[in-house]
Design a protein around this ligand. Structure first.
Ligand SMILES: Nc1nc2c(ncn2[C@@H]2O[C@H](COP(=O)(O)OP(=O)(O)OP(=O)(O)O)[C@@H](O)[C@H]2O)c(=O)[nH]1
Ligand SMILES: [Mg+2]
Length: 287
């Protein structure tokens, strides 16, 4: 049996988490159109008859600006330096391949493990444009293979998965066959609520928010959302509670799908000044 770990590296927003979900075959990581969505390392597991592929989704590469982003980048550095078998370097076909990608590439290609370059988001692009993006991506380093894919339509995903598996060493099952992620149910629910907050809120506010499960008791799921200031708290609540209600309404089906039964999702909003700079708070949130 082949088994091993594939780290997913790249700039923010290139579609790393969407790819992890597509390769895993389930929604293990949340996705949004705002950069810096992924905050922790998330493992997505795909087990077949003769292989187990563990995808390690990571935050996008960034210059730290506070304790949270410093810890996020620290996690990326640690993972990359640890025992991974393959690195998947993801770039976007929809954006110029530039200094940011080259910065990530320099780190990735110095690791001494095979690198697969993935040119993601090729859906609805002209073939000439895809070809020139692939040519540009090919200059990033000495890669094992280069795959044009669309994580959204699934184009090229099966070929990419087979190629990743072919690079894994002989090894044990790291997780039981039915496992799709290493995240706890509580952490997944917090993320599903945060995903809707990211979708519904504008500009910088989503980054000032975090979500934590307080308690799950039967059908009752109690989640607390934190903001950094009172005024952010008011925006998150919305006029007469409309915003927080909408977050709850759109997150609930995902939570129900995860738990496999109907739930009453109670959302509470609390201001926790400067939680992004508070080590103790970040520790508690597992960030
Ligand atoms: N058109 C298109 N959009 C995509 C594709 N893959 C991802 N996206 C979109 O790109 C945006 C970012 O996707 P994510 O998966 O959250 O990106 P990420 O690289 O994990 O971002 P961070 O966690 O912030 O580093 C979302 O709006 C996705 O829907 C794709 O293949 N095609
Ligand atoms: Mg992500």
């Amino acid at each position: 049996m082949r088994s091993g770990f594939v780290a997913v590296a790249g700039r923010p927003n290139v579609g790393k988490s969407t790819l992890v979900n597509a390769l895993t075959g389930t929604k293990v990581a949340i996705v949004s159109d705002k950069p810096h969505t992924t905050r922790h390392q998330i493992r997505g597991v795909r087990t077949t008859d003769d292989a187990q592929l563990v995808l390690v989704d990571l935050p996008g590469w960034q210059k730290p600006i506070d304790t949270l982003t410093e810890r996020m980048q620290g996690r990326v550095d640690e993972t990359i330096a640890s025992d991974v078998d393959v690195v998947m370097l993801v770039v976007s076909a929809r954006e110029r391949i530039g200094a940011g990608d080259r910065f990530v590439a320099r780190r990735v290609f110095s690791l001494g493990v095979p690198v697969i370059i993935v040119v993601n988001k090729v859906d609805r692009l002209k073939s000439g444009h895809i070809a020139s993006q692939m040519k540009e991506a090919a200059t990033l380093g000495d890669f094992h293979a280069l795959h044009p894919v669309s994580a959204v339509t699934g184009d090229g995903i099966d070929e990419l998965r087979s190629d990743l598996i072919s690079l894994l060493p002989e090894g044990p099952m790291y997780y039981p066959a039915e496992t799709d992620t290493d995240m706890s149910v509580e952490a997944r629910i917090g993320e599903l609520v945060r995903e809707q907050a990211l979708r519904l809120l504008k500009e910088e506010l989503p980054h000032a928010i975090t979500a934590e499960v307080v308690e799950i008791e039967g059908k009752h799921v109690h989640v607390r959302l934190y903001t950094e200031t009172e005024s952010q708290k008011q925006i998150l609540i919305g006029k007469g509670g409309t915003m927080v209600r909408e977050i709850g309404r759109t997150a609930r089906p995902f939570v129900e799908q995860l738990l496999g039964h109907p739930v009453y999702l109670q959302l509470q909003v609390k201001a926790s000044p400067k939680w992004r700079r508070n080590q103790t708070m970040l520790e508690r949130l597992g960030l």
